[in-house]
Design a protein around this ligand. Structure first.
Ligand SMILES: NC(=O)c1ccc[n+]([C@@H]2O[C@H](COP(=O)([O-])OP(=O)(O)OC[C@H]3O[C@@H](n4cnc5c(N)ncnc54)[C@H](O)[C@@H]3O)[C@@H](O)[C@H]2O)c1
Ligand SMILES: [Zn+2]
Ligand SMILES: [Zn+2]
Length: 380
């Protein structure tokens, strides 16, 4: 099969690889219909993780079941499915408590709970930016979708970013009527804004400096805040009579930067502590890593970030972090799509064959105007 492989910083290629096979009776093989490039892939693409060369990337996958292991009873060949990016066993303590993103069984990496396809530190699993993908514990992990091709570009957001954006608002403790501040208007931030509005937010501010992304936030009904035009905290304070937001979502991650492009991993955490009112919640779904080989200073290279914890404590705020447990939300979000209440496909800017993926990584990595979300169709 053809697959997109990581070779080194800013070097990804499409190669021939052996088709995946059933390795355990609980496995399924999926023929990929759509797989997306994610902002999380860019951390690896830029050489900012410890991902190994030769890994097939891709954790946002959907497709049709091609083969099943003998132990599967629920999932059948021919089922159209969404594949959550988390690989979970379904029976460990964390899975049983709904924390499939911290499965205790699927990641053999020392000190790391939780596994994913095609991702640094998340176990030895290849990704789905390829024609086929092996899915472990498939009866547990796969979400069935209505057969056919309807809603393909909406359903493809169910593997990661729609549940992740939703999770950001959950970690933030958002209630109906809240004013929400979302930092980052990338795909995850825009999904968080979409989620916040579905959940009855009064107002949603979305902060970024990319004008095309801010325009999308505006189209959603959110209030765009351009941090290149002035301190985003001050802009939101001015717009809320000095009250600030009830809660906030961090959808940027450790490569947060100032308007000139210089990285400050603490910048958005500090902004959120300032802009969220006392006792408010902050949901951090933007990724922070324990090792960053090219971090801006020694502290950052060791994943140590100096942010204003003292003010956070004094304000009695709460913070939730980590990879999203996709399965906690994906069924309900699928049904909101079918009911016409959610339409996450508004993000999609490009649909390309796998052969064009290496170039697409470059465009998306440079946040080129109009490159908001790239979908790949490896079997077209
Ligand atoms: N927790 C999870 O389960 C999970 C899942 C998917 C993605 N993620 C992470 O979420 C983050 C966002 O993903 P994405 O796909 O939207 O990525 P992205 O890189 O496309 O978007 C990030 C956006 O943040 C903006 N930004 C940079 N500095 C900023 C600042 N100081 N203030 C406000 N905005 C700023 C950038 O301009 C960019 O538009 C990434 O770190 C990604 O790894 C986490
Ligand atoms: Zn992703
Ligand atoms: Zn588990």
């Amino acid at each position: 099969m053809k697959a997109l492989v990581y070779r080194g910083p800013r070097d990804v290629v499409v190669e021939d690889r052996p088709d995946p096979t059933i390795q355990a009776p609980t496995d399924a093989i999926i023929r990929i219909t759509t797989t997306n490039i994610c902002g999380s892939d860019l951390h690896m693409y830029e050489g900012r993780t410890s991902v190994e060369e030769g890994k097939i990337l891709g954790h946002e996958n959907m497709g049709v079941v091609e083969a099943v292991g003998d132990a599967l009873t629920r999932i059948k060949v021919g089922d159209r499915v969404s594949v959550p990016f988390n690989i979970a066993c379904g029976t460990c303590r964390n899975c049983l408590h709904g924390w499939t993103s911290f499965c205790l069984r699927t990641n053999p990496t020392e000190g790391m709970d939780g596994a994913a396809y095609g991702y640094a530190n998340m176990g030895p699993y290849d990704g789905g930016q390829a024609q086929f993908l092996r899915v472990p514990y498939a009866d547990f992990n796969l979400l069935r979708l209505p057969s056919g091709t309807e809603h393909e570009n909406d359903f493809t957001m169910l593997s990661d970013i729609f549940p992740t954006g939703w999770h950001g608002t959950e970690l933030a403790g958002q209630a109906p009527g809240d004013t929400v501040a979302v930092f980052g208007a990338g795909p995850v931030g825009l999904m968080a804004a979409h989620s916040a509005m579905i959940k009855g937010a009064d107002r949603v501010f979305v902060v970024d400096k990319e004008t095309d992304r801010l325009a999308m936030a505006g189209k959603l009904g959110a209030i765009p805040v351009n941090f290149a035009e002035g301190d985003p905290v001050q802009q939101i304070m001015d717009a809320t009579d000095g009250v600030g937001a009830d809660c906030g979502v961090e959808a940027v991650g450790y490569q947060a930067h100032d308007p000139s492009g210089d990285e400050h991993p603490e910048l958005v955490l500090d902004n959120l502590v300032d802009v969220v009112r006392s006792t408010g919640g902050i949901g951090v779904v933007g990724v922070y890593v324990p090792q960053d080989p090219n971090g801006p200073d020694k502290q950052a290279r060791e994943g140590r970030i100096g942010w204003q914890y003292g003010t956070f404590f004094t304000k009695g705020q709460r913070m939730g972090t980590g990879q999203a447990p996709v399965m906690r939300y994906n069924r309900q979000l699928r049904d909101l799509i079918i009911a016409g209440r959610a339409q996450p496909s508004f993000l999609v800017s490009h649909e390309l064959p796998l052969a064009e993926a290496p170039e697409a990584y470059g465009h998306f990595d440079r946040r080129e105007h109009g490159w908001t979300k790239v979908l790949l169709h490896p079997n077209d």
